[in-house]
Write a protein that binds this ligand. Sequence first.
Ligand code: MN
Length: 747
Amino acid sequence: MMSDIETRKLDPDEMFAALSKKISDSGMDMDMGRIEAAYRMAKLAHTGQLRKDGSPYVTHCVAAADIAADMGLDEDSIVAALLHDVIEDTDLTHSDIAKQFGEPVANIVEGVTKLTRVQYTSKEDEQMENLRKMLMAMAKDIRVILIKIADRLHNMRTMAYQTEEKQRQKSLETMEIYAPIAHRLGMQRAKWELEDLALMYLDPTGYKEITDTLNDRMDTLKNFMSTVETKIKKRLKDEGLQVTVYSRIKHIYSIYRKMYAQKLDINGIFDLCAFRVIVDTIPDCYNVLGIIHDMFKPVPGRFKDYISTPKPNMYQSVHTTVIGSEGIPFEVQIRTWEMHRTAEYGIAAHWKYKIGSAAETIVKDGDEEKFAWVRRLLESQQESDATDFFHNLKIDMFADEVFVFSPKGDVINLPAGATPIDFAYSIHSAVGNSMIGASVNGRIVNFDYVLQNGDIVEVRTSKNAAGPSRDWLNIAKSGSARTKIKQWFKKERREENIERGRAMFESELKNKGLRMEDICDEEVLPQLLKKVSYTSLDEMYAAIGYGGMAATRAVNRMKDELARLHHVSGKKTVLEKVTEAAERREQQAHKKIKPVHGVLVEGLDNCLIKFSRCCTPIPGDDIVGYITRGQGVSIHRTDCENYARREFKPDDIGRWINVSWADEIKESYATAITVVSRERNGLVMDIATIFNALNTKVRTINARDTGDKSIVNITLETSGIDELRTVVNRISALPGVVEVNRNGGKR
Ligand code: MN
């Protein structure tokens, strides 16, 4: 795994000579004088600095440049790699570099320096900020991140000299940030090595278990690989195909992941080897596939065609898993030489095989499109708040993808679990915002239909569409769709958002025992607004209303700031009063209305909750909340008539809010049902007997006769929908009963 440069005695001049030879031998047309000048500058600048192993520091710079050369980067990149640590660690500045090597090189070095200063942290919000910085740097010049990956790779290779704590920290960072970025850039080779090195430090025991086993079995594995390889070569040659066949043992981290995902001991993993067949043309790929399937028995469900549907990082190949005569399964990847280069070096392959062309090729239209995800992430982060951005990035970067088609046959890739809503927004936000329906493979589907690979998705739009609904935020899977939906609410429904946000804020304020007067005090309001970073209360309400800020957070920050102002100014009179009054009110509130648990309200903590009388929801019902004026949130069933009629009360529509049942529900809930029966004697008695037998508590039971029918209204207490169903089934089975309905539903 280690390149030979690492194991040799570390003499920088000798290392640089080897690098120069490598570059000349590669046939890349580079100005060797300029590269040597960069080496001299770095060597001079780092004079006296040593690495942890005792070698001169500049050996690290040469090693990073060597990796950059292996990646096939251009001349400016090699120069920048040699100088990548001078701004950080020596007296040299951006302008020193610019003067001798030009602006682009100086900018790359500065970009790398910025990334170096980004300190890894396990705190989510800080990690988010770090990733954002990286993406910014990448978007400016992708070579910055490529050199950073080369730098990291060399540091990981030489990590043995660092303290244990540093090893762990750097390995975690490598696993969580650099390997995924390398993957996204299609740099399979760098990704594998980074993962294996990081694993070695993160789980030394697990790593050793695998390497030991592989070493024990090396003879068997090698035998097996050469037998199969020879077999494949011979057969393909007989068929008249010009091919190159490789075999390899899979990289350690991929075996490790498989062991954990499938909860297997390493002895349970058969699929340790992989074979690769490289051909000249795409038709040959499929010819080879046919022949392989003829030679060995294919494992069903393991064939993947990334040639017709490339991965978002440009990766193309066909994969299949087959079983050899020994009964051992193995994977075969088939690809052309061009696909092979892209797979190994990813984006870097663009320089490697466009010798002589300027680095600007990287920003040509086609390439830019392939890295659209970087741009998308940057766009989405401008509109969303910090935690959202991190969440979106994680989803967009690490989630598995699903590929679907537009009716015209364009391939659209979306995160696994994506719905027609994600599809519509990935085409354009205007398509999403005017969507009124969707069909998949010619059939109309619900908006929450989960798209499958290969689905042909068609979106129906209308100029008169009402725009997205808030439910869509729960249905959309991709970060970018959610961001676009939120943007719509932010822009299109400002008034509604303010009203809704105000209601949520007031409710939360009340819950924390504060009053609007406490907040609106002229002396404190500007400070409080500053604390939540809004210029006016309406701005803040709007943000709460569209979901950009949680009401809980706004109130908590303001409450803390109030306490702080109190502390700092010593103005006891006003603020003491506030605090005292707040405590008093809180006590009273608790006395008056017992908080009902069991329901979670989006964006609000512990707010007052009551269950509506119109539809009496119980656990198991689909529910929705309505922010009342001053009486907390009232909970309705989603099939409640009042909820169904919300469209007719546009002023109130923003008061409807997402709620859900909590996991732990201890109490019993009141609900109402109506029994309709043929008139007969003893009906009420029979019903009462059932309740008695089921040990269900009844609050009220009223019966009336309407000529030929008896109607019985019952209010009962129940733990949830399951218990209620039993009750309803038993009553329905009574003689004469025509129907049993819950009250308040649309029917
Ligand atoms: Mn470095």
